[in-house]
Design a protein around this ligand. Structure first.
Ligand SMILES: O=C(O)c1cc(=O)[nH]c(=O)n1[C@@H]1O[C@H](COP(=O)(O)O)[C@@H](O)[C@H]1O
Length: 232
């Protein structure tokens, strides 16, 4: 993200909420404190895709977190359909066939982000899933493959931002979930950093869900996160 852009764009609020009415209420409460919203499985399967298109028409930036992974033809056509929803970002899993297909289907300025290794995984989880490499090496390998294929950005933990930047170069995007303001509950996230630490590590955008969706004052939390990143 260029340094001159709106600093609020660095925060992506994950709208992991049960229905569109709840998402509308949260977006209204946050007001102008956030500009960028992520729609994932929970909301997408409850009318969230139409809501995402509406948010985009109203001038918000949107991130469709659909984490696509299927045979190439299905991914390519799915990405083509998703391109019509006016979103800024769409996720796919960082498997080479899947990434190549997503790049073929990408239209209308949609940027494809490759999810390397989920932030809820540590080395033991990767080993349990059958991977011989530690998480850091797997992330680096997938980032290198994503860059060679022409993917627009990488989703990883902030701890891997330096290694990923070395592989994707200055123009690739680094988007990091697993973000917790100091003192917040990690929940199921295992590779965690604060917004300020993530920014210092060179990320472009942080994704934050529960620390905002569960807050008494979500607008205040969003503002604090943006300010913490701006002051790095
Ligand atoms: O692709 C994602 O956005 C994602 C990738 C990943 O590795 N880890 C991860 O937590 N996410 C998403 O980021 C959000 C994090 O939410 P919180 O843990 O509530 O802040 C959720 O919507 C996850 O689905």
């Amino acid at each position: 993200m260029p340094e001159s852009a709106d600093p609020r764009d660095r925060l992506i609020v994950a709208l992991d909420l049960p229905d569109v009415a709840a998402a509308e209420r949260l977006v209204a409460r946050i007001g102008d404190a956030a500009t960028f919203y992520k729609i994932g499985y929970r909301l997408a399967y409850a009318g969230g895709l139409d809501f995402a298109a509406r948010l985009a028409r109203e001038g918000k930036k949107t991130f469709l977190d659909l984490k696509l992974h299927d045979i190439g033809n299905t991914v390519e056509e799915g990405v083509r359909s998703a391109s019509a929803l006016g979103a800024t970002f769409l996720t796919v899993h960082a498997y080479p066939q899947t990434m190549r297909a997503a790049v073929r289907g990408r239209e209308q300025g949609l940027k494809i982000l490759a999810v390397t290794v989920l932030t809820s995984y540590d080395d033991a989880d990767a080993a349990e899933a059958g991977y011989a490499l530690p998480v850091a090496d797997l992330v680096a390998r997938r980032a290198e493959q994503a860059a060679a294929i022409g993917i627009d950005g990488i989703v990883c933990a902030a701890a891997e931002a330096g290694a990923v930047r070395g592989r994707i170069g200055p123009s690739g995007l680094i988007v990091t979930p697993g973000i917790r303001p100091a003192g917040a509950e990690a929940g199921d996230q295992k590779r965690v950093m604060t917004p300020g630490q993530a920014r210092a590590a060179g990320i472009d955008h942080v994704v934050v869900g529960r620390p905002i969706t569960g807050a008494e004052d979500p607008r205040a939390v969003a503002r604090t996160i943006v300010a913490e990143m701006e002051n790095v």
